[in-house]
Write a protein of this length. Structure first.
Length: 355
């Protein structure tokens, strides 16, 4: 039972273990999931305690004394012995940073407990026995455990004094009403809030990507229109433009570059398709985004069709030009023959005149 005289100082999330009383060597999990672990100050008794509630019972209820020591046994695990409870508690954290924060707080509270004991022995009335450590304390930020998506998350960080005060008042009210189950509700709230923020961020990113693809598609369409105009110019100049070979090479290069851009865009669309299941859990937004993708694909198909028509038109123009050149060559050959025959006739006439 936690009375309203106790004030929360610091809270975090961790997996709680207790030493096996039989072997004194093995750890026994105290719960299936991570629990809220908090430091509390009892102003009436002038003592500090570490408390963790699981379900309807207290998993940890450890009064901190000056002779206690918190030991880091690995990067994410720490422990301390409680002689009054005749056990050893172990805490597994989501990161090394949160273990360090808990260890630093343990040292601060231990020192405060030592000072409180000395002043109590001297029978000196304490005007402000509580630690002045809540005004600058930064609660650990929410971090997902590396064990998988099913792990519980730590509380969101709140460095502002107003937010910490609000958190203290909420915990104080919860404890005064004796509703220990609200601790689990609070953890679920932060977890859902964090998931919601991640989903919103993913949707914003997806919308930004769609806008970017719209701009790219508009650029492709503009470049295709320019290409179509150049093809029309080639068609009008096909019969008498001797420099068309350079234009053909330049046009072919432009077509190849545009095809590469279309291929890259197709790969981006496929990547978005492969990512959409993990990023968009909201059904309405996902359907809207799928519709946008379908529109992009339809526009891309139209763009490819126009490119195909442009290539076909260019091929027909080149073939027609080659046909005209062949006909001109034939006419030139015929004219050469006629000129030769006319020269022969003139020479014959000249001989007749001389005779």
């Amino acid at each position: 039972h936690f009375s309203c005289r106790e004030q929360p100082i610091f809270s975090t999330r961790a997996h709680v273990f207790q030493i096996d009383p039989a072997t004194k060597r093995n750890w026994i999990p105290a719960s299936k999931h991570a629990l809220t672990v908090s430091y509390f100050y009892d102003a009436t008794r002038n003592v500090y305690r570490i408390i963790s509630v699981g379900g309807t019972k207290a998993i940890i209820n450890s009064t901190i004394t000056p002779n206690m020591t918190f030991t880091k046994t690995s990067q994410k695990f720490g422990q301390w012995a409680d002689s009054r409870a005749n056990t050893v508690y172990g805490l597994g954290f989501a990161s090394e940073q949160h273990l360090s924060q808990f260890a630093e707080k343990f040292q601060e509270v231990k020192e405060a407990a030592r000072l409180a004991r000395e002043k109590s022995q001297d029978k000196t009335e304490l005007t402000n026995p509580a630690l002045n450590i809540t005004s600058h304390q930064v609660l650990p930020s929410p971090i997902i455990s590396s064990n998988g998506p099913g792990e519980d998350k730590l509380f969101r960080s709140q460095s502002a004094d107003v937010e910490i005060t609000t958190e203290k008042e909420r915990l104080k009210k919860m404890l005064s009403e004796g509703s220990v189950s609200e601790v689990q509700w609070e953890a679920e709230f932060f977890s859902l809030q964090d998931n919601n923020n991640k989903l919103v961020a993913a949707l914003h990113e997806a919308n930004a990507n769609v806008d970017q693809w719209k701009k790219q598609l508009a650029a492709y369409q503009e470049e295709t229109e320019t290409l179509r105009q150049r093809v029309a110019e080639l068609e009008s100049q096909g019969a008498h433009d001797s420099s068309s070979e350079n234009n053909k090479e330049e046009l072919s290069q432009t077509l190849e570059e545009l095809e590469l851009l279309i291929k890259a865009k197709d790969e981006e669309i496929q990547m978005l398709k492969s990512q959409k299941c993990g990023q968009w859990e909201a059904e309405g937004e996902r359907e809207e985004t799928l519709q946008k993708l379908q529109e992009l694909e339809a526009r891309n198909t139209e763009l490819e069709r126009r490119l195909h028509l442009a290539e076909q038109t260019l091929a027909e123009t080149l073939a027609e030009r080659e046909k005209i050149q062949n006909e001109v060559t034939k006419v030139a050959e015929i004219m050469d023959v006629k000129i030769f025959e006319l020269s022969e006739i003139r020479q014959g006439l000249a001989k007749l005149v001389e005779s």
